[in-house]
Write a protein that binds this ligand. Structure first.
Ligand code: F0G
Length: 358
């Protein structure tokens, strides 16, 4: 297996699919050293695993290559999900590749433009629900149960099997070194739970001898997991009206609540929230100081590191891997709102020099 390129299917012995998977070469995403941001924070080994570099532009593709392959293996005739956007884009892509019909339920008006565009163009039946993501998920669960459609939200264990490979790749890219900490944005809490599960498997197989501290970051207006960790609650109490600019993680009732509490507590990690302003500021820093373009939810992980370093929770000598989960172009509207518009200019050199103030 060491001869296979770094990708989800490099680790196929640890994945459930028998036979040839439905694949678009997902995984194998870059692990970037955040030199400038790391210097500013006084952390030498700060890395970002850029999951926006997957085929549909988010980490969801790792789950969908496995989930859709399993749907075919189980003889399912159609697949569905509810989504804050990325899951729907990814399912539309892999449904197209597999040649099976896809239904996606989206919270009306709360999904970033690029994600809706992908779901539509790849041929999914796109339903816009007059309710939030949590309600859309309840509805799609009922639909799937009633009509025998295969549900591909992160309640589906095969999704998480694919997503666990993020941790495998990060360790491979660090030449076998285990990070001290892995930091992920948390919405439905599938991804952080998946990465933890994968690392436990590596440890049980004897490949690694320590676990990273799993650290979950949520948005201030949508932080049920953070509350449960900070107040040491036995379970996550759902929030009724989550709100954040990071629409990908605008989730009040995470379905993987029990798993995320287990992952964070067992690994001696932590959880914290960041404000929308901190998220957008870090999105800009990643773009302008590191050349890494991510959507707002993704920037939450690195913004969380900044907050936790400044609070003295994270030590300066830690080796930290932040998972940045989706591409900048997923949410162009939020970008355009933040940036000054292009400078209008006439079609002469004189106008250009004046526009550039040269
Ligand atoms: N980052 C991005 C860009 C996401 O799209 C999501 C989740 C997360 C982080 C959080 O991951 O849910 O596993 O804790 N997006 C889902 C969706 C909910 O429907 O696309 P999680």
């Amino acid at each position: 297996w060491q001869k296979r390129p770094i990708s989800v299917w490099r680790y196929r012995e640890l994945l459930p699919v028998a036979g040839e998977p439905v694949t678009l070469q997902e995984g194998g995403t870059p692990l970037y050293h955040l030199k400038r941001i790391g210097d500013e924070l006084g952390i030498k080994e700060l890395y970002a695993k850029h999951e926006g570099m997957n085929p549909s532009g988010s980490f969801k593709d790792r789950g969908m290559t496995v989930g859709v392959s399993m749907a075919l293996q189980l003889g399912m005739k159609s697949v569905a999900c509810a989504s804050t956007g990325n899951t729907s884009a990814s399912l539309a892509v892999y449904g197209a590749k597999a040649g099976i019909p896809v239904i996606v339920l989206l919270p009306s008006g709360k999904v970033a433009l690029g994600k809706v565009a992908q779901a539509l163009m790849h041929g999914a039946k796109v339903i816009s629900i007059n309710g939030n993501f949590d309600r859309a998920l309840e509805m799609v669960r009922d639909l799937c149960e009633t009509k025998g459609i295969y549900l591909l939200n992160s309640v589906n264990p095969y999704r998480l099997e694919g997503q666990k490979t993020i941790g495998f790749e990060a360790i491979d890219q660090l030449n076998g070194e285990v990070p001290d900490r892995m930091v992920l944005p948390v919405g439905n809490a599938g991804n952080i739970s998946a990465v933890y599960k994968g690392l436990i498997e590596l440890s049980e197989l004897g490949f690694i001898d320590k676990m990273p501290m799993m650290t979950g970051i949520q948005a201030e207006g949508s932080q049920p997991v953070v509350r449960a960790i900070k107040e040491n609650l036995p379970e996550v109490i759902p929030e009724g009206s989550p709100e954040t600019v990071a629409t990908a993680i605008r989730i009040g009732a995470p379905v993987n609540a029990e798993k995320v509490l287990h992952a964070i507590r067992m690994s001696k990690g932590t959880a914290d929230y960041v404000t929308d302003a901190e998220i957008l500021a870090m999105q800009r820093d990643l773009a302008q100081k590191e050349g890494i373009g991510v959507e707002p939810a993704s920037a939450a992980s690195v913004a969380g590191v900044k907050k936790l370093v400044e609070a003295g929770v994270i030590d300066h000598d830690e080796r930290i891997v932040c998972v940045v989960t989706g591409h900048l172009l997923k949410d162009p509207e939020t970008v355009i709102k933040q940036c000054a518009p292009p400078i209008e200019c006439g079609a002469t050199l004189e106008s250009l020099l004046s526009a550039l103030q040269l």
